[in-house]
Design a protein. Sequence first.
Length: 259
Amino acid sequence: MDLGIAGKRALVCAGSRGLGRGVAEALAAAGCDIVLNARAEETLAQTAAALRDAHGVEVTEVAADVTDEAGRARVLQVAGAVDILITNAGGPPPGQWSDWGREDFIRALDANMLTPIALMTALLPGMIARGWGRVVNITSQSVKAPIPTLGLSNAARTGLTGYVAGTSRAVAPFGVTINNLLPGSHDTDRARTLDLAAMAAGGLSLDQVRAERMGAIPARRYGTIAEFGAMAAFLCSVHAGFIVGQNILLDGGATLATI
């Protein structure tokens, strides 16, 4: 399927690896020029080179922490006018409710709620003026069904979801859509971190932890970054203009919810 977005300019945050890289790959394959952001310069440069070589698109690298105000300002300055925004940032560490204080919640909110909101606030006006735009926020399946050990993420990402619910309806008349993608367990560094934490807590081997977690997923496997990227790219396509303010699970059926 031709997604109809060749030549569009996309800002992909935390795009050098994991889910962000999957989205960057899919958008580049669709012909988008990419503004690729990540913190680690070496990994960022490697991913950018791979995208250029594989897809022949323009890739602009911005090494910065997008959750930091100065880093975010740099990303926005380099990005300029973009048609597509992919917000993404690593989730807070796991733990228990008794572990977290005010500063832990402030850090989680800054990274996983206020940063995406700041990026949208900066870039939505340009999209509205041009009459077309796409925003996809990478959040978490915990928005639909909270995960006890990820309380910081539960709180911050649910706050972002509430913001998107209203804002997406406000910008839709101008040809701009905002949607959220809610990943479950994908084969990424984040999943490995959670697996290692479960291994330490439960006294199991890594293979045992992964087998147990996969056994709880109806698809009986972790997701891939390629299939996640393909879904994000479709939401950014010309075919998705009637999808507004939705929270789309990509979790292999793991979330037990009817609606």
